[in-house]
Design a protein around this ligand. Structure first.
Ligand SMILES: C[S@@+](CC[C@H](N)C(=O)[O-])C[C@H]1O[C@@H](n2cnc3c(N)ncnc32)[C@H](O)[C@@H]1O
Length: 273
């Protein structure tokens, strides 16, 4: 069951957008992987921890959590059937992982069934965030920990600014905080109040920065991002946009491959006892 407030997100993620993320999982899983260690540390994931990964996508953070939490059970939940299918394939061999295709806002997770909630940029798309986090708080044991990675404002994220400008041919503002999008949690005060109202305490929002890594080959990076964000062209000549994006990728090619700056909030909280 998907809540009506998430119908548009379901159309995108359980449709073309999710299919593209599934096809390009090799590259996309690695872009923000440098944040994974800090996220799992912040959530206190250790052997035996029961973990829920919200908006798990193709499951790279879920797998990392499962390796740390074993034998604790780790579940990834996501709206996209295509991404969940890839996640299941990639986690074959890890005996403590399951994946669920569901709307995390309303899914009837068992009461207090998780000790740690984690999410890498997958928890900012809820149509009714207060309801979603109340549901997730209910699913978390008293004293359990939440650790979310969420993007700071678009202008602080070089990857967003440079890639979207190259494709659109002009700077784009990006979505404002508070509406479902990758940038919904850009306002730390709003996130603190959201989580406090949903049943979490000791909410902390830390400024964390890591390179966003798009792989060793600028042309492949261009192909993937042009595929994923082709709708940004909005009538612009496709060859011109692709050439511009390739030039951007080449300009950012260095010792770590194609790398851009990124700025996130590492949001942590504790389930109220
Ligand atoms: C930007 S992707 C991040 C995927 C993954 N966490 C990663 O880092 O690769 C956002 C994910 O959130 C999922 N999502 C959005 N709304 C959701 C909801 N209501 N319930 C479960 N998953 C949701 C999408 O399907 C998508 O896979």
């Amino acid at each position: 069951m998907t809540d009506p407030s998430n119908a548009a997100q379901e159309r995108a993620w359980d449709g073309t957008e999710g299919e593209l993320w599934a096809v390009h999982a090799d590259l996309l899983e690695r872009v923000f992987a440098r944040y994974d260690g800090a996220l799992l540390d912040a959530a206190g994931v250790a052997p035996g921890t029961r973990v829920l990964d919200i908006g798990c996508g193709t499951g790279s953070l879920t797998r990392a959590a499962a390796r740390r939490a074993a034998p604790g059970p780790v579940m990834g939940v996501d709206l996209s059937a295509a991404m969940v299918a890839v996640a299941r394939t990639r986690a074959a061999g890890l005996g403590n992982v399951t994946f669920l295709r569901a709307d995390a806002q309303v899914h009837p997770f068992p009461d207090a069934g998780s000790d740690a909630l984690v999410s890498r940029a997958g928890a900012s798309f809820f149509g009714d965030a207060p309801a979603a986090f109340a549901n997730l708080a209910r699913a978390t044991a008293a004293g359990g920990r939440l650790a979310l990675l969420a993007w700071q404002a678009p202008a602080r994220n070089e990857w967003f600014v440079e890639i979207t400008t190259a494709l659109a041919g002009r700077p784009l503002a990006g979505p404002p905080p508070g509406v479902p999008s990758p940038f919904a949690f850009a306002d730390p005060d709003a996130v603190t109040s959201l989580l406090g109202g949903a049943g979490f305490t000791d909410v902390q929002v830390a400024d964390v920065r890591e390179p966003a890594l798009f792989g060793a080959d600028p042309a492949v990076a261009r192909d993937v991002m042009a595929d994923l964000l082709g709708w940004l062209l909005d009538g612009r000549d496709a060859d011109e946009a692709r050439a511009s994006l390739l030039a951007t990728m080449q300009a950012h090619d260095g010792p770590d491959g194609v790398a851009f700056g990124s700025a996130a909030w590492l949001v942590t909280a504790v389930r109220t006892v």
